[in-house]
Design a protein around this ligand. Sequence first.
Ligand code: E4P
Length: 218
Amino acid sequence: MKFFIDTANLAQIKEAQALGVLDGVTTNPSLMAKEGIKGQENILNHYKTICEIVDGDVSAEVIATDYENMVKEGEILAALHPQIVVKVPITKDGIKAIKYFTNKGIRTNCTLVFSVGQALLAAKAGASYVSPFVGRLDDIASDGIELVAQIVEMYGFYGYDTEVLAASIRSTQHIIQCAQAGADVITSPLEPILGLLKHPLTDSGLEKFLADYKKVNG
Ligand code: E4P
């Protein structure tokens, strides 16, 4: 399973990259705004900087909601850097834009996916990634992990190449459940990823090893 970090924060991206297990980055307009990145030039430069930090794919989202402007924006984003994946919402115009990008060899991440039907359309349009939003479904008392499992199963029936990128990850447990559900990728803030390292028996075991070493070696 690939690990993407879901942030536009450069310090966190660098920290995740330094861990050696990072496969990419996802951003969205809210995450860019959270970092105070505004104005087209600054936004494009920020994407380029992220691409220079990480080795893998970097999702950059279009703001336009109509087909023509989605295509214009997506082409500008894709031309920025070979690692850019154009992130497009699952709407009627979005699906048309994804199909256009597929035909042009531009990779896409179909975002804001909340149902198997939406994921089916994304795959048929040739999206490189589909992003079911786990946490936001859990927020409305639905089951985000179940959706990930259903999409993985359905793609398996037909052999679609679209990778299932579980998004809106809120906890370490979400990451583990996505791995068990067969997600190809998770995108998560840094803390849930670091949470995978934690176990009290690791801490107490290490403490004992060091104490025993000191007893003999001083
Ligand atoms: C994914 O690509 C989305 O940008 C992100 O995971 C949304 O997460 P949120 O529901 O925590 O805002």
